[in-house]
Design a protein around this ligand. Structure first.
Ligand code: HSE
Length: 400
């Protein structure tokens, strides 16, 4: 019987315990032996509950117990998760985490430490919840150079965009609804400002290029400026607004950014609705592939964590190499990234043509303004030109 510990008994941590219970026999068969949770680290006591005997408050109890071979980190945030995970790896324990903030910031160092200690650091659940995108990139797509990874990587914002589109609601009303349904946090900024998606695309790009991608270097625009009028124009164009995390390998460097996009039905991510996530990839020999599923939620995310535990159980005596060097890669400067832009403006058509040349006008019947789509140009060029107009909103075009 393998002994394990869970650090953080919140939604995901309790989901891990539940999944190990629901599929106990199957998991034991696949792992080669049963997995038993010996400790649960949390600041709470959970008195009177079935887990109370397992609860500990000091991470050193786990680090110093030679029986513990696998540690699950589901606390979230960089600290104290980093201190605890580092201590576990240093003590020779295998670790799996669902914590994207930890992986994006400290992933390269923790992988190096795991290698040094001949254990493993896994993080499937940190991106795309239950979608096995990390294992796929590390194991299945090893023949390819990944030329593009574009994802809907945040379920909350995808739910909100879908609801705004279906019901014609304003952003604030949809946010309230998402909070009432438990999708958006009381402080929703990590989701709606795009920070969550930013860390996830930083992790996927790091795996694609084998080097450190700093999330702080990624231009990130959330969905807070998307309005019901924008959606009216989107519908007029037959498009859907989606928050995309984009990572493309260009001859000048990796172009990585997070922003709302207008997608036409031909785009593979167009039909990804509600809280679902999807990751579209293009490999230089594979071509296109897409991975779709539950990007968040207790059991789907716990499923990914427990699958990591089974993977760890199968590799108790060896380190599985993961290429993610700590040396930072320089991303393509945001101003040089090329896009086509949809713009709403109160400026007149002649003025628009004078600034942007030939554009495609979009008439959605909104008084006192017009919409238009530019040709493809660099972000810096667009910014300079748009400054000459009275711009009400801008959304990038996902495909032509
Ligand atoms: N808040 C995240 C989402 C949870 O909505 O996708 C998973 O990281």
């Amino acid at each position: 019987m393998l002994k394990a510990a869970v650090m953080g008994y919140g939604t995901i941590g309790s989901g891990v315990v539940e999944v190990l219970d629901i599929n106990r026999d199957l998991i034991a068969e696949r792992a080669g032996q049963g997995i038993e949770i010996k400790y649960i680290l949390d600041i709470r006591d959970f008195s009177g509950t079935p887990i109370q005997e397992k609860v500990v408050h000091d991470y050193k109890v786990i680090a110093e117990d030679p029986e513990i071979q696998i540690v699950v980190e589901t606390m979230g945030g960089v600290e104290p998760a980093y201190t605890f995970v580092k201590a576990m790896l240093e003590a020779g324990k295998h670790v799996t985490t669902s914590n994207k903030a930890l992986v994006a910031e400290k992933g390269a160092g923790l992988l190096a430490l795991a290698k040094e200690k001949n254990v493993n650091f896994m993080f499937e659940a940190s991106v795309g919840g239950g979608i096995p995108i990390i294992r796929t990139m590390l194991n299945a797509l090893t023949a390819d150079e990944m030329e593009e990874i574009t994802g809907i990587l945040n379920g909350t914002t995808n739910y909100m965009m879908t609801k705004m589109s279906r019901e014609g609601l304003e952003f604030a009303d949809v946010l309230l609804d998402a909070q009432q349904k438990g999708y958006a946090e009381k402080d929703p900024s990590a989701d709606i400002e795009g920070y969550d998606a930013c860390r996830k695309i930083a992790i996927l790009t790091s795996l694609a290029c084998g080097q450190q991608v700093d999330y702080q270097d990624i231009y990130t625009e959330g969905i807070t400026k998307v309005s019901a009028v924008d959606i009216t124009y989107a519908k007029q164009m037959g498009r859907a607004v989606k928050l995309l995390a984009v990572s493309k390998k260009t001859p000048e460097g990796y172009a990585v950014f997070v922003a709302p996009h207008l997608l036409s039905p031909e785009h593979p991510l167009y039909g990804v609705n509600d809280v679902f996530n999807a990751v579209f990839v293009h490999g230089n020999v594979l071509g296109d592939a897409m991975f779709y599923g539950s990007g968040a939620g207790k059991l789907p995310t716990a499923s990914a964590v427990v699958a990591d535990m089974v993977g760890l159980a199968r590799h108790m005596d060896c380190n599985i190499p993961v290429e993610w060097k700590p040396e930072k890669i320089s991303l393509l400067e945001f101003g040089k990234i090329k896009n086509a832009f949809f713009v709403r403006t109160s400026s007149g058509r002649e003025e628009i043509k004078g600034v942007f040349g030939t554009v495609d006008f979009v008439d959605a019947g909104v008084d006192g303004e017009c919409g238009f789509v530019t040709s493809i140009m660099a972000e810096a060029e667009f910014k300079a030109k748009a400054a000459a107009l009275d711009v009400r909103s801008v959304i990038r075009m996902g495909n032509q």
